[in-house]
Ligand binder design. Structure first.
Ligand SMILES: Nc1ncnc2c1ncn2[C@@H]1O[C@H](COP(=O)(O)OP(=O)(O)O)[C@@H](O)[C@H]1O
Ligand SMILES: [Mg+2]
Length: 439
């Protein structure tokens, strides 16, 4: 499995256009094997998802439904389960069955003191009021023996019925992944994501800021990713700040450089810099065992699945890739390369990163894209020259960037790679060479 995140500093530079068409090109490059459903395009733009309408394909369930489900059901059920255990131990203590030093009771007390009530919907559960009453008193209850004051609230909770209700909720609380993945036969790939703005709703904006909620969202995404060989993530402008932990599972970050706009180029370079910073910091914190919060929870789960060595290796070998969009002449490419090299030089990072930054492809400013945009933004297959450009990007991804030049190469080498796409013999030779040197 390989996850490629398409990023850029602002809207309108071609992230969505390139995500869609890269996915289409990858689908063709992988060929029509037995297993058709190998690639998934994820619309991670939670503010303004566009892919479903651009492709005119409408999934039964979107991230909006997912947010509702994860917030209302999954969080609710987990929360109620913790409360159930707490009440059980508290009741035993109040009834005099266990002493104040009982391990489980101490645990329950600590949970009780630190429970996050933010996403709990008390009105949707029969004993919600009693639970709320119990939690409201938290500020006054400082020591374990004081939980005796909770007796009236706890007496209102019928634990047998509570358990029955919980079991019933458990059966229907998890989101069913298949309902969210929409395979489009016409294109041969799947999409998952939005349809309606998600963050417009206050409850959702609140949820996205809750680490507990985010962890569930990431867990769901991880599950989806694992079903596919290639996942292309259309990332919202500016990245996924509230979900930075997501970056830890990404294999390749594809930075879109809009060459028609110098300010946007500076923005893309800045985005590149942010990623370098993030990964360096992450690597150091990971090595020192100093990860916190969501990063830590997420990483622990990945380690449980894949093992520690793999994760560390993956972090160290993250690929940083560049696609030049809206290119009109070679001079623009040279200018952008110079800006990038100068910037990294100033940061004193050029030497370290020049061979890790790959130039994977280029797309010209093209009228077909503007035309198709009015209806659909899938231009792949509508124009041979453009399709060839996309094929080069797909081949780069499939070769794990082994066929691509890097910032360490000369401008001449880079430009000739980006322009010689029409000669498949050359590309094949390069691919073979890369494959043989990889062994
Ligand atoms: N190379 C290009 N040539 C012409 N138009 C382009 C090109 N790349 C993108 N566009 C157009 O620019 C607009 C913004 O692109 P989009 O992919 O939606 O950007 P983003 O996702 O970064 O906001 C769209 O109308 C798209 O069709
Ligand atoms: Mg977009």
């Amino acid at each position: 499995m390989s996850i490629i995140s398409v990023v850029g500093p602002k809207g309108g530079i071609g992230k969505t256009t390139l995500s869609i068409n890269t996915t289409a090109a990858l689908t063709r490059a992988l060929g029509s094997g037995q297993d058709l459903n190998r690639i998934c395009l994820v619309d991670l733009d939670l503010r303004l998802p566009t892919i479903t309408s651009l492709l005119d394909s409408h999934p039964t369930k979107t991230f909006y439904d997912l947010f509702e489900c994860l917030g209302k059901k999954v969080y609710q059920v987990d929360f109620l389960r913790t409360v159930f255990q707490t009440v059980t131990w508290f009741e035993s203590y109040i009834d005099g069955d266990i002493s104040a030093s009982h391990d489980k009771l101490v645990d329950a007390f600590n949970h009780y003191k630190s429970m996050n009530i933010g996403l709990f919907l008390s009105s949707e559960f029969k004993f919600g009021n009693a639970i709320e009453e119990m939690l409201i008193q938290r500020s006054e209850i400082k020591t374990l023996s004081q939980i005796k004051a909770l007796r009236p609230a706890i007496r209102k909770i019928d634990l047998k019925e509570y358990r029955r209700l919980l079991e019933k909720m458990d059966e229907t609380s998890s989101p069913v992944m298949e309902e969210y993945i929409n395979y489009i036969e016409e294109y041969g790939f799947s999409i998952i994501g939005g349809e309606v703005p998600i963050l417009g709703k206050r409850a959702h904006r609140k949820r996205i800021n809750e680490p507990e909620f985010l962890l569930r969202f990431l867990e769901f995404l991880d599950g989806v990713f694992q079903k596919f060989e290639y996942v292309i993530v259309d990332t919202p402008a500016g990245g996924v700040n509230h979900m930075s932990s997501l970056m830890n599972v990404i294999d390749q970050v594809l930075f879109v450089f809009d060459l028609s706009n110098t300010i946007a180029i500076n923005g893309s370079i800045d985005a590149l810099h942010s990623f370098i910073d993030y990964y360096e910091e992450f690597q150091t914190d990971y090595a020192k065992g100093q990860l916190t919060g969501l990063d830590r929870a997420h990483v622990n789960r990945i380690i449980a699945q894949k093992g520690k060595g793999d994760l560390y290796q993956a972090i160290k070998s993250k690929k940083l890739s560049i696609v030049f969009n809206r290119c009109q002449n070679n001079q623009e490419i040279e200018n952008a390369l110079k800006m990038m090299r100068d910037y990294l030089e100033t940061l004193d990072k050029f030497h370290q990163y020049k061979s890790r930054i790959h130039i994977v492809g280029m797309v010209p400013q093209h009228k077909v894209i503007n035309i198709t945009n009015n209806k659909k933004s899938l231009f792949y297959n509508m124009d041979i020259a453009l399709s060839d450009r996309m094929d080069l990007i797909a081949k780069s991804i499939l070769s794990d960037n082994a066929i691509c030049p890097t910032l360490a190469d000369s401008d001449k080498t880079i430009i000739s790679f980006l322009n010689k796409f029409k000669k498949p013999q050359l590309l094949d030779r390069l691919t073979k060479k890369a494959a043989s040197s990889a062994h």
